[in-house]
Design a protein around this ligand. Sequence first.
Ligand code: 4AZ
Length: 241
Amino acid sequence: IVNGTDLGGPVPYYVGLAFAVDKDDLWTPFCGGTLISSRVVLTAAHCMDDLEEFSLAVLVNTYDWTDPDQGGEAINVDVEDFIPHPDFSYGTNDVGLVILPSKDAVTGVQYATLNEDSNVPAEDDEFRVLGWGLTEWGGARSDILLGTTVDYVPTEQCQEDYEDLGTLTKDNVCAAGDGTDTCRGDSGGPLLTSYEDPLQVGIVSFGVGCTEPGYPGVYTRVSYFADWIKETACASTGELC
Ligand code: 4AZ
């Protein structure tokens, strides 16, 4: 997050994805995600692009990922329990699920609610985003969880902004702030109506730089994928059916 504010503690539906390569090392989150039921994490498909045989650590209830004593919890999951959208390619259908090993794997958490209303977002809506991603383009990731507020950018405007890079499709939502934005490493995390009552409208997907004028952050439109998310979660866990 560029120009974010300190959220002051863990956010109970927010998770980090890390490579569980060495249990003695700190696990560095490379993407975010949200718990949407006890065994299902919603994230971006591109987060798993170069995952092959590593297992994944899902960091739950974590605030400062560099502090092993701050109460975070990490759950190991196999990569085969990651389900990218079958039609994913960079910039489109950028949605995927991580399936946790058991429904008791995480406790003391909250779930984000999927926005299924295709009329949301609308003009003048504002949203919350959060993560451990870069605090400036080309800079370093944040140790502590940061959040910020971004405004909905109408799709026609965003399509014009990204025209030279290929057309944005109806499965995208765009949002931008004044000098504040999501950035690399925030991918997979949510675009939310509020932190406390988290209705999830988007998934951090891509952008040209971060806070780059004329290039809003691009998010996967959750309402467009709500059926796929629920059906896929249901088929593999019996949840969200
Ligand atoms: C990225 O590279 C990325 N400003 C994510 C979000 C944004 C830009 C880049 C949005 O993962």
